[in-house]
Design a protein around this ligand. Structure first.
Ligand SMILES: NC(=O)C1=CN([C@@H]2O[C@H](COP(=O)(O)OP(=O)(O)OC[C@H]3O[C@@H](n4cnc5c(N)ncnc54)[C@H](OP(=O)(O)O)[C@@H]3O)[C@@H](O)[C@H]2O)C=CC1
Ligand SMILES: CC(=O)[C@@H](O)[C@H](O)COP(=O)(O)O
Ligand SMILES: [Mn+2]
Length: 395
């Protein structure tokens, strides 16, 4: 799935790589455009896509001048086309159009939030196009299909998620059999030190206030429940072909150590840096090279101490769901993700309380046990069933 890290093939770009940015209006998407703007000799953006935010998409297109833009919301086609009239930029609409255009690039940055990002990611990989992957849900929902697509076409996945980029950077030059286990760091989110007895009164505003990262709403709430780490454990399992028990989690409140690889000889490597997604985004674009960039540096003299401690599964009952989902397999991880997407939105809409999120997800996982995860259709059925399951339980 990932490129050969023992002997990475050097890149000899004769022309800028043609980049498609799926989810360009989001947190990762906008930062990708900023990174790409630093390296016009290496990267040329040919496609931008968004969900509904046609105004920002139009603004980005006027700046970047891609060949095409696609908006998932078909009702937004007319105003987007009007905003870009006379530019020569092709304007398309609909989720199917995003899937169609995804492979029209040398490298796809997959930054659509949620299971909606799965089909375009698979389309690119099936066509042999490498994917720089922020959309962790693609691996959670359909890790085996993503792996099979890579094996069949020769395409690779380059991780953008900060923890997985950290592992990737630690693994360069290492033989796969030298890896004993990996440890994902977790900030612990905004409620790391809050009394769990008060979790039922947590407001959306509190949950959206992440201590270290500025991100989209879904992943920010997932960080607060620590469901983000559940998704990331499953993501790591697929990316690095690990057994469930080889993926651990440690709470590290400062988010400076982005993750750790432990080797069979007792040595360990960590990747360290200021918490900014621009570094992992750029590394996914530059691999196996590193490009100079003005991103913030650590000041070692004033850094102070870095803390680590075991996660508290009684306060954050989502955490054990990672091992449960991986061991259950089939459609259970797809149900986990879908149920969480609906439960997080319901929490943001004031329809369920914060502790209900992991409860609803666990119940939807139980409901999905035994369902097939063999095909994309089976997984999308499980996704739809889990969404309906949670919606039926909303007040
Ligand atoms: N933000 C971060 O720092 C990190 C994010 N990630 C992962 O990256 C992915 C993106 O996260 P983030 O950027 O925070 O999310 P955002 O919510 O900020 O952005 C999501 C993007 O997806 C688009 N989108 C939403 N729904 C659809 C749809 N149905 N069809 C097509 N496009 C859609 C949005 O368009 P619109 O603006 O129009 O709604 C937007 O461009 C997630 O999988 C997340 O887990 C991983 C690590 C860090
Ligand atoms: C930046 C990034 O990769 C996020 O996934 C981040 O890790 C979320 O923080 P938590 O560690 O709180 O989940
Ligand atoms: Mn992460």
């Amino acid at each position: 799935m990932i490129p050969d890290l023992r002997h990475p093939a050097p890149r000899h770009p004769r022309a800028p790589r043609r980049l498609a940015v799926l989810g360009s209006t989001g947190s990762i998407g906008t930062q990708t455009l900023e990174v790409a703007a630093l390296h016009p000799e290496a990267v040329r953006i040919v496609t931008l896509t968004a969900g509904r935010n046609w105004k920002l998409l139009a603004e980005q297109a006027r700046e970047v001048r891609p060949e095409r833009v696609v908006i998932a919301d078909e009702a937004a086609h007319a105003p987007l086309a009007e905003a870009l009239a006379g530019t020569g930029i092709e304007v398309l609409a609909g989720e199917a159009a995003i899937v169609d255009v995804a492979p029209e690039a040398d490298l796809v940055v997959a930054a659509i939030v949620g299971a909606a990002g799965l089909r375009p990611t698979l389309a690119a990989l099936c066509a042999g196009v490498d994917v720089a992957l922020a959309t962790k849900e693609a691996l959670v929902v359909a890790g085996a299909l993503v792996r099979d697509a890579c094996e069949a076409s020769g395409a690779h996945v380059l991780p953008i998620d900060s923890e997985h980029s950290a592992l990737f950077q630690c693994l360069v030059g290492e033989p796969p059999e030298a890896v004993e286990r990996v440890v994902l760091t977790a900030s612990g989110g905004p409620f790391r030190d809050r009394d769990p007895k008060t979790f039922a009164s947590i407001t959306p505003e509190e949950a959206l206030d992440h201590p270290n990262w500025s991100m989209g709403a879904r992943i920010t709430v997932d960080s607060a429940t620590m469901m983000n780490k559940v998704l990331e454990v499953i993501e790591a399992r697929w990316l690095y072909d690990l057994r469930p028990e080889q993926v651990g989690v440690v709470v590290h409140p400062q988010s400076i150590v982005h993750s750790v690889v432990e080797f069979v000889d007792g040595s360990a490597k960590a990747q360290i840096g200021v918490p900014t997604m621009k570094v992992p985004i750029q590394y996914a674009l530059s691999f196996p090279d590193r490009w100079p960039a003005p991103f913030p540096r650590l000041d070692w003299a004033t850094l102070g101490s870095l803390d680590f401690h075991a996660p508290d599964e009684s306060a954050f009952p989502a955490l054990p769901l990672a091992q449960e989902a991986m061991r259950a397999g089939g459609a259970v991880p797809a149900a986990l993700n879908a149920a969480d997407e609906v439960a997080v939105q319901a929490f943001l809409d004031g329809r369920v309380r914060f502790p209900d999120i992991p409860r609803l997800v666990e119940a939807a996982m139980d409901d999905a046990r035994g369902a097939s995860g063999e095909s994309l259709d089976a997984l999308l059925d499980a996704d739809a069933r889990a969404r309906a399951f949670v919606r039926q339980r909303l007040v």
